[in-house]
Each structure stands twice: as C-alpha cells, then as structure tokens.
Design a protein around this ligand. Structure first.
Ligand SMILES: Cc1cc2nc3c(=O)[nH]c(=O)nc-3n(C[C@H](O)[C@H](O)[C@H](O)COP(=O)(O)O)c2cc1C
Length: 264
C-alpha cells in the first residue's frame, strides 16, 4: 500500500473480531516498524509488551484496564502495552559512538570525529543526562515509533485503537516491566469487525488554525491543488458521518454484546 493511502486508511478501529486472534508475526512486524523509528541520540526508549488473550496468564489479562471506551480491551484479541524506559538514556554515549562508527554523525577524518565526540558532544549530554530522562523528548520519539507500528498494522489489514489509562503503574507491575519505566498507552489490535472507513474520516481542526508560515499570525496557505492530489491518492477519504454509520453501529453493538451507550 502506498504511504498516502495508508495514512488515509489509518483510523481508530474500536470494533474488532474477538474470535480471530492476531498472528505473532504480525505483531512482530508492528514492533519491527517501531524499532526503526527515529529517536534522539539513537537512544530507543520505546518498549512494549504484547498481551495475547489466548496465551497470557489470567492475572495479566485481568490487569489491563482503561476508562474511556474501555470495553475495547474485552473485545480485542491482542493488547499492546507501550512504555518508555528513560534509563536507556544511560547508554546514550555508546549510542552516539555507534552512530559515529557507521558514518551517520560528524565530519572530518574518523579520528577527528571521534575526538570531537568524546571531548565536545558527550560531555554536553552527560551534563544534562538526568533531565533528559524526564517526560518530554523521549515520549515524542516513542510516539513516532507507535505511529510507525500503527501504520504497519493497517498495512497488514489489522485495526487498532490507542487507549490512555490512569492504571499504568498497576499494569506495568503486573507485566513485570522494570522499575523506572513509564506507561504510555494501551493499543488494542485485532481484525476489524467494522468496514475500514469506520464511519468516515473523523473531523479535524481547520488546517490554518494549526499550521503557520513564517509567523504565527500567518496561516499556512492551503493549496486546493494539493488537496485534490491527496484526494486522488486516497489520503483524503469520505468524511464522517457516512450515511450507513448508524446502522453499522447498531449491528456492531449487537454482534459484540456491548451495552449502550458503550462509552466506558
Ligand atoms: C494518545 C492517544 C490516546 C487515546 N486514548 C483513547 C481512549 O482512551 N479511548 C478511546 O476510545 N480512544 C482513544 N484514542 C483514540 C482517539 O480518540 C482517536 O484518535 C480520535 O477519536 C480520532 O479518530 P481517528 O484516530 O480514527 O482519526 C486515543 C488516541 C491517541 C493517539
């Protein structure tokens, strides 16, 4: 699938088939996509545990809990628990040395580059190491990894939905994730029970409200030609609500045994 089409098809899929498990190889592909995502200093602080309902211990499955539209956890055959491990920052100097060794960092001869790294760059990072473990930059990079995994899932015909949860610490502890890691997100994964359009492209903020050119007072000019090209490439799809959505929702609710209004 072309990137533009994949971006257009990515949608939060809340209704998946509970009876059809997801092959571990497909979850592996999601993780492979996450692993090659960009991360400051090549630190790689993103980690995850994939919980397979068919094989995980009962207490692990029972520990998974979200608040907003939490019934998705009951329905999904696989739930990924994403976390950030800030202690990976401790290995940052070595990650930089690796980058230098493979020619991804710096100019000059290899010896000159090595010297600059050891005497200039590494001391700077060492000085601010503890602050780099605080919430911020790492989480942004984890988001990039999760986004790549999500696109991979869609390319594989899977549906996913990210779920926040106030019970992160409890879940990480039940999963045996090392101390110091911070919970990020749950992500349900399964084969979609709903049509891929899932009621249509969800509404978004006006383009110009979000993006600017040269100064905050100037909305970024939105070319209609570009919009048409992206429509043609299937990145922009039919906007929600689609005419058949209410009937589709009623059907899905019945099929999956979800109690109305199904928001918790
Ligand atoms: C970080 C994050 C957390 C989210 N948390 C929840 C959640 O707790 N419950 C839920 O139903 N959807 C959650 N979502 C899904 C959003 O509500 C969803 O992205 C939004 O409705 C737009 O739909 P779309 O993803 O199909 O464009 C979350 C999405 C993200 C990226």
């Amino acid at each position: 699938m072309e990137l533009r089409e994949a971006l257009g098809r990515r949608r939060s899929i809340r209704f998946v088939r509970p009876y059809k498990t997801v092959e571990p190889e497909k979850i592996q592909m999601m993780f492979e996509a996450a692993r090659i995502a960009s991360h400051w200093g090549n630190v790689q602080s993103l980690g995850a545990v994939a919980v397979f309902k068919e094989s995980a211990p009962k207490e692990v499955i029972e520990s998974l809990e979200a608040v907003i539209v939490g019934w998705q956890i009951r329905v999904a055959p696989v739930v990924i628990v994403w976390f950030v491990n800030p202690n990976m920052v401790d290995e940052q100097s070595d990650r930089l040395r690796q980058l230098l060794d493979v020619g991804a960092l710096g100019f000059g001869t290899k010896d000159e580059r090595k010297d600059a790294l050891e005497t200039q760059l590494i001391p700077v990072f060492e000085g601010i190491k503890e602050s780099l473990k605080e919430p911020g930059l790492n989480e942004i990079d984890c988001g990039q990894g999760i986004a790549q995994a999500t696109l991979m899932a869609y390319e594989l015909g899977l549906g996913t939905c990210c779920l926040g949860s106030p019970f992160g610490d409890r879940m990480l502890s039940a999963l045996g994730v090392p101390d110091g890691c911070r919970f990020l997100l749950l992500q349900t994964v399964g084969y979609p029970a709903e049509h891929w359009e899932a009621g249509g492209q969800r509404p978004r903020q006006e383009f110009g409200r979000l993006f600017k050119m040269n100064h905050f007072s100037n909305d970024f000019p939105r070319s209609e030609e570009v919009v048409s090209e992206l429509k043609k490439d299937k990145m922009f799809t039919r906007p929600a609500p689609l005419p058949e959505r209410e009937e589709e929702l009623a059907y899905l609710q019945k099929a999956l045994g979800i109690e109305p209004p199904g928001l918790l």
